[in-house]
Design a protein around this ligand. Sequence first.
Ligand code: PMP
Length: 347
Amino acid sequence: MTDLSPNRQAATIGWQTVSPGMTAAIGGTPLIRLERASQETGCNIYGKAEFMNPGGSVKDRAALAIINDALKSGALKPGGTVVEGTAGNTGIGLTLVAHAVGCKAVIVVPETQSREKLDFLRMIGADLRLVPAKPYRDPGNYVHVSRRLAEEIGGFWANQFDNTANREGHRATTAREIWEQTDGKIDAFTCACGTGGTLAGIALGLRDQAAAAGKAAPRVVLADPEGSALYGWVKSNDLTATGNSITEGIGQGRVTANLEGSAPDDAERIPDAEALEQIFSLTSNEGLSVGGSSGINVAAAIRTARRLGPGHTIVTILCDGGARYQSKLFNPEFLRAKNLPVPPWLA
Ligand code: PMP
């Protein structure tokens, strides 16, 4: 393993056409060794610190890739408006990148998402439209509302679920960074899915890198919360979902264009209590404050380490920070009402 110290050089050098400025601070995140998870499993488990992006999440990369692609193709004109339906983080990334390139953002979010993300979107000047949470098959679902709104106002619909510029951004940057930061010594990668851009982009990128180096590709493991259909898709090609989860931004009921062809090798279904145990352990043992999807990802990395046995290297994604979920994941009343564990320092 070579230098794992912070490497903040712009991840986008060589492919972005938008002006520099804040977008140069997206990507180039550190790969952090998770000591306790590594010791417990005898493996090297690393988390890619995506919460360090300027908008505070992994979705800044997708926002930059989508806006960059749209400016290149002319689908988005300078001064134009980006419209998107999001659980919040993509909206934050799109709003910040849009402002950095002289555009505006209209963001449609289900009202069930954390207050902290909604407040942040308002704070940075997104034109925020809250809608009731509805399933994808319902025309009132936030994704469909955002598509219609883009048509009405003549804006550019980012379409993060089916616009593969999303995964191509991860393929060109996140995957390459992980490969370089591990010196190509990576046995497995675990990741949850919302749009699938992160999982698929990194899976494809790591396979590209491995093929170029004449090595076997790392094992790609989907980390799925309860209530998502993708675990069944990977395990038995059956898209049915049961249960539910307090995590936000992940879980999916269909194979998005971003996920198509990504072919994860395996999947782990992680209950909320197991994810929370990891989140609280990362906080008290590693000094890392992360959100729900990071807990799902780390739990899947630990399960994968146990399946592979000692001596392997597993990388996962720390998608966003804990402060974004203070009112939920770190709120004893909220946790008790859901019969979930409360961290001892908050009990
Ligand atoms: N974690 C969080 C906190 C997110 O907001 C998202 C995106 N909604 C994801 C993970 C999933 O990323 P992707 O859309 O690339 O699958």
